[in-house]
Design a protein around this ligand. Structure first.
Ligand SMILES: Nc1nc2c(ncn2[C@@H]2O[C@H](COP(=O)(O)OP(=O)(O)OP(=O)(O)O)[C@@H](O)[C@H]2O)c(=O)[nH]1
Ligand SMILES: [Mg+2]
Length: 305
């Protein structure tokens, strides 16, 4: 077993414990077992709609049979299908490619404490590991400590940091960071923003302004806009995302803190109700506890065996 796989598995162990699939083995697939499956899917935050659909499918395929490995495999396969398809009309805009000689620009948004800055550090480390040069824009200018936190990561990882004074206009920091990324011919520019509640209209306008400044400086940018959601808050993450995506065109989600939750199933309503693909998952505070999302591996670790 690769260490990488074992880390994903241990990250999702709490969700897998919730399913505890072996406890069904040898039992008859009757209403009691279906009710039990339903309760676990709902608890894992798979969502009402997806749960109802899975139950119908399990009932049609297994009613009256004895539960064994094939039931678990079936459940996993159905979850993967749900994760790889959008509900009609729900697909979010996809990320675009930068023009030749232009940096890839990633704008990162989310509510306070969701894990934006940590995820940016993790993402930057991946890019640097691929031999790419990274500029980080500390557009969280509310607190000097926010830029300091990003600065410490930048130094550790080997990324370049652009910051402003405390209280500076975040859009002006974004402007300077674009300038720096262009002049240094950086491969990637990642823009950190202050945490904001989706209900704070002035802050939502501020992030729109950051976005517009970036778009004016670098044609086609930001190429990717990632919404960071705290996986431990389950269904509330959906509500946040819904409002964020009304102001800001998002292309994907970074789902954090999955190591501390049994709500791993939230990836399904994020994809199906919001149309947003989960691109990366955070599974710990360490800079390497970060994985590109793979639906098959995720479901395998989430349901367990
Ligand atoms: N267990 C765990 N903790 C995480 C993960 N990602 C972030 N954290 C922790 O969550 C806390 C908040 O992380 P930050 O990256 O500062 O969050 P932020 O969204 O930048 O916060 P603000 O800038 O204040 O809005 C820190 O203590 C991180 O170490 C994760 O995947 N797992
Ligand atoms: Mg931050």
């Amino acid at each position: 077993m690769s260490s990488w796989w074992s880390r994903i598995k241990s990250g999702l162990a709490r969700t897998a414990r919730l399913f505890d699939v072996r406890n069904w083995f040898g039992k008859k697939v009757d209403q009691d077992l279906l009710d039990d499956l339903e309760a676990r899917l709902i608890q894992a935050d798979v969502g009402v709609k997806a749960t109802a659909r899975i139950l119908d499918e399990v009932r049609a395929e297994f009613a009256g049979k004895t539960a064994d490995d094939s039931l678990v495999d079936f459940l996993k396969a159905r979850l993967v299908v749900l994760l790889e398809t959008d509900e009609a009309g729900k697909a979010a805009p996809t990320a675009t490619k930068p023009e030749p000689d232009s940096p890839l620009v990633i704008l990162v948004a989310g509510i306070n404490g969701a894990g934006k800055t940590t995820s940016i550090a993790k993402l930057s480390k991946r890019f640097v590991g691929e031999g790419k040069s990274v500029v980080l824009a500390a557009c969280d200018t509310f607190r000097a400590a926010a830029a300091d936190q990003l600065g410490i990561w930048a130094e550790r990882i080997g990324a370049d940091l652009v910051r402003g004074n405390e209280g500076a206009d975040p859009a002006s920091v974004a402007h300077d960071a674009c300038q720096r990324a262009i002049s240094r011919k950086a491969d990637v520019l990642i823009v950190d923003t202050a945490g904001r509640l989706h209900t704070q209209e002035h802050l939502m306008r501020e992030i729109e302004k950051i976005r517009n400044v970036i778009a004016r400086k670098i044609p086609g940018a930001p190429h990717e806009c990632l919404l960071v959601l705290d996986g431990t808050i389950g269904q509330n993450a959906l509500k946040q995302a819904e409002v964020f995506t009304k102001t800001l065109t998002c292309t994907g989600v970074i789902l954090t803190k999955l190591d501390g939750t049994a709500k791993g199933g939230i990836v399904i309503p994020i994809r199906r109700q919001l149309g947003l693909p989960v691109k990366y998952v955070g599974m710990g505070e360490g800079v390497d506890d970060f994985y590109p999302f793979d639906s098959k591996e995720f479901v395998e670790a989430m349901i367990g065996s």
